[in-house]
Design a binder for this molecule. Structure first.
Ligand code: NAD
Length: 335
């Protein structure tokens, strides 16, 4: 039975460390008495070995029904096999805006002190459209698809995000000097949308120069809007600026559903060893709770994770020796 006032959320624990960090998150949510009921489905490469399918219709239907999904990472074989489950989910559910904040965590020392960037990545097209072909022996192509519709939609999302979150600047990132038609169209759409938001400063930067600026002085950036591939790469770069992939959360917005997940992948090198840092998924969970209007619970969980990160219980990625379970127990203590 579902308790009165509870929200049902679809949970995909995922592959690799996905199971370990999802189970950590469920323990923390239970300890904090979060009014969320899980509708759980096995999806991903490990599930596919048993069921023959990366994701079942029931699992997809659940996301459409609940409108909110928390997802662990899922594995995609490199250079062969099936289309990525993530790409399939994004395209099927039309979750077009991937928001990846990278903000300095005082308890985690890095080279920079005041990083506070929000990456808004287009999620449905570009080189991730998966339109590849063998032209002739030794010559393969991949189509870079950029549309006016998707570019305008993501630019609007970035500016609306900036307004709603008290941000001052949106930077459009591109390589339109070389890809004049595709990145050129992306830029043209960003420029048009920028005119509707005179209160937000707008600038444009070329992707290669952006990477240099990010490592020299990341405080030069506020909200960044990027086509799919650059967005993917730059958000891992930004994760590195604030202490690594164990810490960065993300949300994926669309009309039909909103999906929350850590930026990192299945971490095959540490999977099954109880070594993963669950913070990134816990921060994603807090983002989800804010989306559900459960701000008090979101703050409680986020603060407990921040307090734990300040203490001596650290997972290996942050230079410690603690396990995922030990870290999780301390988060629960700090709730
Ligand atoms: P990865 O993010 O899984 O791992 C990169 C490095 O970061 C590894 O050394 C790993 O141990 C470390 N790391 C990542 N998350 C961590 C955590 N929570 N705690 C401690 N250390 C952590 O990237 P990869 O190795 O390039 O990809 C592995 C698989 O994950 C691939 O199949 C890839 O397709 C998939 N992937 C999935 C998603 C997703 O589902 N959203 C995202 C990225 C990659």
């Amino acid at each position: 039975a579902v308790a009165a006032g509870s929200r049902t959320v679809t949970l995909f624990p995922g592959d690799g460390i996905g199971r370990e960090i999802s189970s950590a998150l469920q323990k923390v949510f239970t300890a904090a008495s979060v009014p969320v009921v899980w509708d759980t489905y096995d999806v991903g490469a490990e599930a596919a070995e048993r069921t023959g399918s990366l994701i079942t219709k029931e699992a997809l239907d659940s996301v459409l029904r609940t409108g909110v999904c928390l997802k662990g990472p899922t594995a995609t074989p490199i250079g062969k096999g099936h289309k990525s489950l993530n790409v399939t989910l994004r395209q099927t559910l039309d979750i077009y805006a991937n928001v990846r904040p990278a903000k300095t965590i005082a308890a985690v020392p890095t080279r920079y002190e005041k990083v506070d960037i929000v990456i808004v990545r287009e999620n449905t097209e570009d080189l991730y459209a998966g339109q590849e072909a063998v032209i002739t022996d030794g010559v393969n192509i991949s189509l870079k698809i950029i549309t006016e519709k998707a570019s305008t939609r993501i630019a609007k999302y970035a500016f609306e995000y900036a307004v709603a979150n008290g941000r001052k600047k949106v930077s459009a990132i591109h390589k339109a000097n070389i890809m004049k038609l595709t990145d050129g169209l992306f830029l043209e759409c960003c420029r048009k949308v920028a005119k509707e938001y005179p209160q937000i400063t707008y600038d444009e930067r070329i992707i290669d120069a952006t990477c240099m600026m990010l490592v020299q002085d990341p405080t030069k950036f506020d909200v960044m809007v990027l086509p799919n591939l650059y967005g993917d790469i730059v958000s891992d770069l930004a994760a590195g600026l604030i202490g690594g992939l164990g810490l960065t959360a993300s949300s994926n917005y669309g009309q039909k559903a909103v999906l929350f997940e850590a930026v990192h992948g299945t971490a095959p090198d540490i999977a099954g060893k109880d070594l993963a840092n669950p913070s990134a998924l816990l921060f994603s969970g807090a983002m989800m709770l804010r989306h559900l209007g459960l701000k008090t619970h979101a703050d409680q969980i986020e603060n407990a994770v921040l307090k734990t990160l300040k203490g001596s219980v650290k997972t290996k990625d942050l230079g410690g020796n603690s396990t995922c379970s030990e870290f999780t127990n301390h988060v629960i203590k700090n709730l």
